[in-house]
Design a protein around this ligand. Structure first.
Ligand SMILES: [Zn+2]
Length: 385
């Protein structure tokens, strides 16, 4: 917890916590966290994508590697725990294993990824995708730091990846539990939806002759909400709306909104998007509006590995806590790593489910549980090898 506090003082903005890809602040963060890795007995290096890596080599040469970690970059005006907690918990778990004189049959590597939030290039998981070797040609063309390609690791090198992360939601708090085992990282669709009507004078066009784009959008927004409530596991959000002309005495001729749809099941998510599109068409037609429906982004759900999740569950139960399995609605580096190895995640309760905000808060007692469970998880894996 003290390390989280110390790391939170390293920022590129003196008034708030912000650390973005390849910034001087990230270099300072890597230096500080690297010193803690060394203190835990790890061999430290920074790769071509500015990922910080601390390695504990197995006695046996040619052993495969298990990866632990999370990200050290932040959003603008961030909290202290989203990302750093997972890196520092991994270092603490390693330290406890080494103090106990544990010998592992695999190499253990702790990674602090350099870019998960995507603030610098508006493209998420740069650090973890560079390591996984899944950056696209378009990504590589945009990124100024050309050595990023060198971070790629050989396929088949990793046995798996495990990440501790704050929940960023209220479910663990609701259930009075310190940690939870993640089942999957939800897939998501982002769309831009526009209702086109006819602008007109607020005082002269009778109500029955109006083609008000905003009331159509409003009906659709409430439809989105009730539809998602009727479908357990589905999350649908309209986060932004803009109207034109945009005056208090003018009937809106144009209403554009964003739609974000998430689910841990790809089939359910895609079916929901299709249903919402059909409902938007019905609303537009009934109100004499035109509809434009544009997909902006689509990512598939990433299931966590069942065996690794099972080991996490067993370790949680052995520490005397009820097992709660939950999907992640937010994206994580584990999604990028899933391209090259099995992945697992352990969520830690956070106050009020708040994240991406300075008010982000976790309890030391919950962090202790996460560190203990993570150390037990590694021991459990070692026994199975
Ligand atoms: Zn994060």
């Amino acid at each position: 917890m003290q390390r989280c506090d110390a790391l939170a003082t390293i920022s590129e903005d003196p008034n708030r916590l912000t650390r973005t890809f390849a910034s001087a602040a990230m270099r300072r963060a890597n230096k500080l966290v690297g010193s803690w890795m060394r203190a835990a007995g790890l061999e430290v290096r920074v790769d071509g994508a500015f990922n910080l890596l601390g390695r504990w080599n197995a006695a046996q040469r040619g052993a495969k590697t298990f990866l632990l970690g999370s990200h050290l970059d932040t959003v603008r005006d961030a909290g202290k725990y989203d990302g750093p907690l997972g890196v520092l918990a991994a270092i603490a778990a390693v330290q406890s294993l080494r103090e106990r004189g544990v010998k592992l049959p695999f190499n253990l590597e702790v990674v602090g990824f350099s870019d998960e939030e995507g603030v610098r290039y508006q493209t998420t998981y740069l650090g973890s995708r560079a390591l996984a070797g899944t950056l696209t040609a378009a990504d590589l063309a945009r990124i100024q730091e050309k050595q990023i390609g060198k971070a790629r690791r050989p396929r088949g090198e990793f046995l798996g990846y495990a990440e501790v992360h704050i929940e960023q939601g209220p479910v663990l708090e609701e259930n009075h539990l310190p940690v939870g085992v993640v089942t999957a990282i939800a897939g998501q669709n982002r769309l831009r939806v526009i209702f086109f009507g006819v602008a007109g004078h607020a005082g002269t066009v009778p109500m029955n002759l109006r083609r008000d784009a905003l009331t159509g959008a409003a009906e659709f927004i409430l439809t989105v909400e009730s539809f998602a409530k009727q479908h357990p596991g589905l999350l649908a959000t309209v986060g932004l709306i803009s109207t034109a002309p945009g005056a208090s005495n003018v009937i809106p001729g144009h209403a554009a909104l964003t739609l974000d749809v998430r689910d841990q099941s790809d089939a359910r998510r895609l079916a929901a998007v299709a249903s919402l599109h059909a409902k938007a068409k019905v609303i537009a037609k009934r109100r004499g509006l035109k509809l434009s429906w544009t997909p902006v982004q689509q990512t598939s759900a990433v299931p966590c590995d069942k065996n690794l999740a099972q080991i996490f569950s067993k370790c949680v139960a052995q520490r005397g806590h009820e097992i709660l399995k939950l999907p992640s609605g937010a994206g994580h580096d584990a999604a990028a790593l899933s391209a090259i190895c099995p992945v697992a995640m352990l969520f830690v309760r956070c106050k009020g489910g708040v994240s991406h905000h300075p008010a982000e808060s976790v309890k030391a007692a919950d962090v202790r549980v996460a560190v203990e469970v993570l150390a037990d998880f590694i021991l459990s894996l070692a026994k199975r090898q």
